[in-house]
Design a binder for this molecule. Structure first.
Ligand SMILES: NC(=O)C1=CN([C@@H]2O[C@H](COP(=O)(O)OP(=O)(O)OC[C@H]3O[C@@H](n4cnc5c(N)ncnc54)[C@H](OP(=O)(O)O)[C@@H]3O)[C@@H](O)[C@H]2O)C=CC1
Ligand SMILES: CC(=O)N[C@@H](CCC(=O)OP(=O)(O)O)C(=O)O
Length: 346
């Protein structure tokens, strides 16, 4: 299957190329750029020098449709909203990594992203695709447009799903304390991401205003958890990794043993989910460079609250890895194809 990557010069794009390069069923047919057309991708990313030295091409939807069977959009929010409809109209199968097609309610998009939403007809066609939670919907023959989930929502929703789907969390009790490495902010430096600001520092940002809050709440509402969550994000001086520490008040008497059993059973057939044994909690390095989401679960018997720790690599399970997992499902390939990376450690 011939694949194209738009936004190939970005971090998400580079990670897609790293995976696609050795994927057994996809081959990189073309890479696209809005600012570096005519240059080789290797000039921008020398670490990719063993892929065919590919020249970055102009984003021409007709030509992209002619050349590729699937196109990955690793472009910023606001940009995907413009490009995806043009590609879909030409008959492309599109996997979009941005936040532009995740929120079904366009008012939510305007409120949280502070931008104009994508056309509603295309938002309605996009399948919000987190394989562990809605695999069957991704598999349907009509699916031509995947909206890949956000990095924080991936770690958070995978951590919450077993509890919330079983109705084990009290309304108005979920708090999420999330931390990310700096590659989550993409490759363009801002004041907050320069070395002096990051080094030996630890910062909270977008307090109670992160654009991933409505994405998480949208899915929780599908599981009949209707109340808002408290969700905050922190920037950690590391390159990759997300840790979501999730707290919720339990609505029934359950033991630590039962909680571990619940999580182990819920994810027992999932190739990319690993549940730690009793008393063990994952660290971000334990998933670095891989498509895993690792979790640890701890019951606090004094407060009746549960703590779930969920870690992913933001560029893998949080972006490019999940996008390839979705593409594998969409095209009927083995879901783990091209994604069997053991984490890089230490
Ligand atoms: N980084 C992460 O961990 C995650 C990122 N995402 C999402 O994935 C997408 C890509 O993120 P990331 O790779 O980090 O971002 P980067 O900023 O690293 O790269 C984005 C790329 O988009 C391209 N671009 C910028 N403006 C335009 C434009 N007007 N038209 C076409 N292309 C444009 C640029 O390439 P060029 O100038 O060559 O066109 C740029 O390299 C974003 O929507 C992000 O929110 C989602 C989950 C996690
Ligand atoms: C560390 C960092 O800055 N992370 C970004 C993640 C953005 C992202 O992935 O944007 P989407 O909304 O398109 O998913 C942030 O918190 O905004």
């Amino acid at each position: 299957m011939k694949a194209g990557v738009i936004g190939a010069t970005g971090y998400g794009g580079a990670e897609l190329l790293r995976i696609l390069q050795s994927h057994p069923h996809f081959e990189i047919e073309a890479v696209y750029s809005s600012s570096q057309q005519g240059k080789s991708i290797v000039e921008h990313y020398p670490h990719l020098s063993d892929i065919v030295p590919m020249t970055l091409e102009d984003i021409e939807p007709k030509e992209i449709a002619r050349k590729t069977g699937v196109v990955f959009l690793a472009t910023p929010s606001g940009i995907s909203a413009e490009i995806a409809p043009l590609l879909l109209q030409e008959g492309c199968t599109v996997i979009d990594l941005s936040g532009d097609f995740r929120l079904k309610n366009t008012n939510d998009y305007e409120t949280w992203y502070k931008k104009s939403p994508a056309p509603k007809e295309w938002i309605d066609q996009a399948v919000y695709a987190m394989p562990e939670l809605n695999r069957e919907q991704i598999k349907t023959k009509e699916t031509k447009f995947i909206s890949n989930p956000g990095c924080y929502p991936t770690a958070t929703l995978l951590g919450l799903a077993p509890l919330v789907k079983r109705g084990l969390v009290e309304e108005n009790s979920i708090l999420v304390d999330a931390k990310s490495g700096v590659s989550g902010a993409g490759q363009t430096a801002t004041f907050g991401t320069i070395f002096n600001e990051l080094n030996e520092n630890f910062k909270i940002y977008k307090v109670n205003a992160h654009q991933h809050i409505p994405e998480i709440e949208q899915m929780l509402a599908n599981w009949n958890y209707e109340s808002p969550i408290t969700f905050n994000t922190h920037l950690v001086p590391m390159t990759r990794g997300i840790m979501a520490t999730i707290y919720g008040k339990l609505s029934a008497d359950v033991t630590q043993e039962e909680l571990l059993e619940l999580y182990s059973n819920f994810y027992k057939d999932e190739p990319f989910i690993r549940i730690r044994p009793d008393g063990v909690f994952p660290a971000t390095k334990e998933v670095y460079g891989s498509n895993y989401c690792d979790m640890g679960i701890g019951l606090d018997t004094r407060t009746g609250r549960v703590t779930v720790v969920s870690v992913i690599d933001n560029l893998m399970k949080g972006a490019a890895g999940q996008a390839i997992q979705n593409a594998n499902i969409l095209f009927g390939f083995d879901e783990t194809a091209g994604l069997q990376f053991t984490p890089v450690y230490p």
